[in-house]
Design a protein around this ligand. Structure first.
Ligand SMILES: [Zn+2]
Length: 167
């Protein structure tokens, strides 16, 4: 997959959580800056080891289980320093974004999760390269639709607040 889908999949999930929380309690689960960080975490493995060919991905540290395990304490510390309030939820969501990246790569070419201990490749070509750009477009479209829905929910709750305050 390309970085568009890698960045947008965690953002789409976070925005879905925002929609559910807004519908229940008129409060978003995450801020706009949170979502930017989730998108960044979604592409983090490719930023740390940029690659074009599949072979480079299969030998990159950032596409292994070791990286996923190492990322969790680092994300917890950074989240505590930066976020404080709800830092655990924020860190776990960042970690989910990193993990989703590896799962997406697993179903679109493969990764060697135990490299360098083992070069065994876990590969499931479920999503062929010809679908990667359409997937970028799809995830961006879903996100835009979610934003419209979220804004409608917030507008509705703003109106209810005004009506309740007035009467
Ligand atoms: Zn990757």
């Amino acid at each position: 997959m390309f970085i568009g889908a890698h960045a947008m999949i965690p953002v789409v999930i976070a925005t879905a959580a925002d929609i559910v929380c807004t519908a229940k309690s008129q409060k978003r689960a995450f801020s706009v800056s949170d979502r930017w960080v989730f998108g960044f975490c979604g592409i983090l493995p490719d930023i740390l080891t940029p690659h074009i060919g599949l072979h480079s991905r299969l030998t990159s540290f950032s596409h292994t289980l070791w990286f996923v395990f190492a990322a969790l304490p680092v994300l917890l510390i950074l989240s505590y320093l930066w976020h404080r309030r709800h830092f655990m939820r924020f860190a776990l969501f960042c970690w989910l974004a990193v993990t989703l990246h590896l799962l997406c790569d697993m179903i679109s070419g493969g990764i060697a999760p135990l490299y360098p201990l083992s070069a065994k490749v876990f590969s499931f070509y479920r999503i062929l390269p010809k679908f990667w750009i359409p997937l970028d477009v799809l995830t961006i479209s879903v996100f835009m639709t979610e934003l419209v829905l979220l804004r409608k929910l917030e507008t509705k709750s703003d109106l209810l607040y005004v009506v309740r305050k007035k009467y």
